[in-house]
Structure formats: structure tokens, C-alpha cells
Design a protein around this ligand. Structure first.
Ligand code: DQA
Length: 256
């Protein structure tokens, strides 16, 4: 499995890393939630800025990023603006989306940025090169909140994300039954076997998909998203302790 260093963390080495979402609408919530999350047993924090009310004010956003960094100390931080089309909290125009992500990359407070493949495909942009130059890792992502695409299609999407320059390639899809969840595991297994250099995260969301959030060590996903104890940022997320316990069992090796 390919490895990727982010601050003190090695994605792709050992167990999948556990990420929890930071969801807040104003500064007060942001700061108190960031402090609360910093004490949880998570490896990474994802600031879901699409729920924040000051996204149109770059000065406030820089301050907010500083607050979050200060509150969470040395934990790796992902900046994510999830668009409405992909299940996010509020609408944003493409120009502003790119500008906001660039501003956040510039702050030096974030370690990773989540960029949606569809937004990157809208128009030529150098934002992936830009984040590389600034040593911010890029997660290229895509979310299907309605169904699970065909297996070949999911595999192609992950490869496209990698070819495009994603440091981590993430696809989250919606199952309508358990066999949809199994397709996601099968695609994960194919990618880890055929493209071991691609660090990826494949998620089957919702209740049918929950197994996919615990099995990364077997099927190759380098990270899993868990609920933060108050709010989840996607259907099917499990509490951190449940994910950790499951991963202990799944990764258990007999010492003989
Ligand atoms: O892309 C993802 C994965 C996710 O959608 C999930 O299914 O856990 C949760 C989001 O916060 C994150 O940005």
C-alpha cells in the first residue's frame, strides 16, 4: 500500500486513520468544537467549512483557520468545502470555491485540502499544483448521494483522480442494498491489487455501507470518517470507539 506523510501521521501505513468532522456555524461553536475534537481519539480533523457562516469573508476565514489550528494543536487538519451538489451545507460559485481553497492553502494552518473532482473539471485550474507547491496534500473527491455506480466506473473515477494529481483519491457512494456495499469493497480490493501506488478512500455511505467504514486495513482505504459524538457529516458514520474496536478485530493477527 502506498504511504503518505501528513504531519506526524503516515497514511497508508498500519491501520486506516480515523477522521472526524468539525462542523460549526460561527466562531464560538468553531472554537469550542475544535477544542472538544482535539481531545477525542481521532487521528485527523476535517473542518467542514460549508457549514460556517463567514465563508464569503476571506479575512474571517483566515482568522477561523488560525483558531482551529490553535485549538487542535498538532493534529492533522483537512479543509473541506463540500458543495451542495455533493451533499454540502451551502451553495458556492466555482470562482469563490477555488479562491477560498487557495486562501486556506495559503494560511499554512491546514495540512490537506479536499477538492471535488467535478469542480476541478469545470474549468482549467492550477490549484492542485498550487497546493503541492505549498506542501498541502490534496484529496480529490467525489460523492454520489443517490446511488452506487457500476464497478468499472468507480475504478475509473479513482484512477482519473490520481492521474489528475490527487494525493489521496476519495469516492463516497450511496448503496441501496448490501450488494452495492460489496461492489465498493470489490473495487477497493481491485485498486489495492492493481494500483498499489494510489492512496485512496472508498466509502459506501448509509446503513448498508457501514462495513466499508471499518475494513480499510483489508481492502486498502487509507482513512475512514467517523462521527464526532454530536454531529455526523454523512449518513452511516459510526462513533470513533466503534470503528476502532472493529478495526482491532479485523486487523487481528495470531502471534504464532
Ligand atoms: O468525503 C467525505 C466522506 C463523508 O462523506 C463520509 O461519507 O463519511 C464525510 C465527509 O465529511 C467527507 O468530506
Amino acid at each position: 500500500m502506498s504511504e503518505l506523510k501528513v504531519r506526524n501521521l503516515e497514511l497508508g501505513k498500519g491501520k486506516p486513520k480515523v477522521c472526524v468532522p468539525l462542523v460549526a456555524k460561527n466562531f464560538e461553536e468553531l472554537f469550542s468544537e475544535a477544542i472538544r475534537l482535539s481531545k477525542l481519539d481521532c487521528d485527523v480533523i476535517e473542518w467542514r467549512a460549508d457549514y460556517f457562516m463567514y465563508i464569503h469573508d476571506a479575512r474571517f476565514m483566515k482568522k477561523a483557520a488560525y483558531f482551529v489550528r490553535y485549538a487542535i494543536d498538532d493534529k492533522p487538519l483537512i479543509f473541506t468545502y463540500r458543495t451542495l451538489q455533493e451533499g454540502g451545507g451551502q451553495h458556492i460559485e466555482l470562482d469563490e470555491y477555488l479562491e477560498l481553497n487557495r486562501t486556506m492553502i495559503d494560511t499554512g494552518y491546514i495540512d490537506m485540502v479536499d477538492l471535488e473532482l467535478e469542480m476541478l473539471l469545470e474549468r482549467p485550474t492550477d490549484i492542485l499544483d498550487y497546493s503541492k507547491r505549498k506542501s498541502v496534500r490534496a484529496i480529490v473527491s467525489k460523492h454520489n448521494n443517490h446511488f452506487t455506480p457500476k464497478k468499472e466506473h468507480m475504478e475509473e473515477t479513482i484512477k482519473d483522480m490520481y492521474d489528475f494529481g490527487g494525493d489521496v483519491c476519495k469516492l463516497a457512494v450511496t448503496p441501496s442494498d448490501l450488494s452495492d456495499m460489496l461492489s465498493v469493497l470489490e473495487v477497493s480490493n481491485n485498486i489495492q491489487e492493481d494500483y498499489p501506488d494510489i492512496p485512496f478512500v472508498l466509502i459506501s455511505m448509509g446503513e448498508f455501507g457501514q462495513l466499508s467504514r471499518m475494513t480499510g486495513e483489508l481492502f486498502g482505504s487509507v482513512m475512514t470518517y467517523a462521527s464526532n459524538g454530536k454531529k455526523s457529516s454523512a449518513p452511516g458514520q459510526l462513533p470513533i470507539s466503534v470503528v476502532r474496536d472493529a478495526m482491532e478485530v479485523i486487523g487481528y493477527k495470531n502471534e504464532e
